[in-house]
Ligand binder design. Structure first.
Ligand code: CA
Length: 141
């Protein structure tokens, strides 16, 4: 079974650094995903509400609303896998990020290959009943 045989999954990329957003979107599109980009926090929340994506790639440092607040708001609406992009190394930020509903993260600078691998993994996990995957991830820490 090849992943590309499935209908295109939709991914929202919320990132204010244009070069990173464009590179991430191009790579995900080349993997067969349908991708839309928002460049600040408020438009990111709107994009997720409108698009109802299968996964969200979310930058932590965003104008308008930061990534943690965006994550809170989009998770309030509907459980959706979130891969957070962070330039920070601080463990505190990470713990907070995962606490508000981010499922995984990559620290900038990250490789396109690493990003794609994590996106694939999150989508695979999301195919199982969502609560079960999440409960197990939380219980392990
Ligand atoms: Ca940023």
């Amino acid at each position: 079974m090849t992943p590309l045989a499935a209908p295109a999954r939709t991914i929202a990329v919320i990132e204010d650094e244009r070069a990173i957003a464009a590179a991430v979107a191009a790579r995900l599109r080349s993997e067969g995903y349908a991708v839309e980009i928002a460049a600040d926090g408020p438009s990111g929340v709107e994009l997720v509400e409108r698009l109802r994506p299968d996964l969200v790639v979310l930058d932590l440092m965003l104008p308008g609303l930061d990534g943690l607040e965006v994550c809170r708001r989009i998770q309030r609406e509907r459980a959706v896998p979130v891969l957070m992009l962070t330039a920070r190394d601080s463990e505190d930020d990470l713990v907070v990020g995962l606490g508000v509903g981010a499922d995984d993260y990559v620290t900038k600078p990250f490789s396109a290959r690493e990003l794609v691998a994590r996106v694939h993994a999150l989508l695979r996990r999301a195919e199982r009943p969502y609560g079960a995957g999440r409960a197990r991830a939380r219980g392990a820490t």
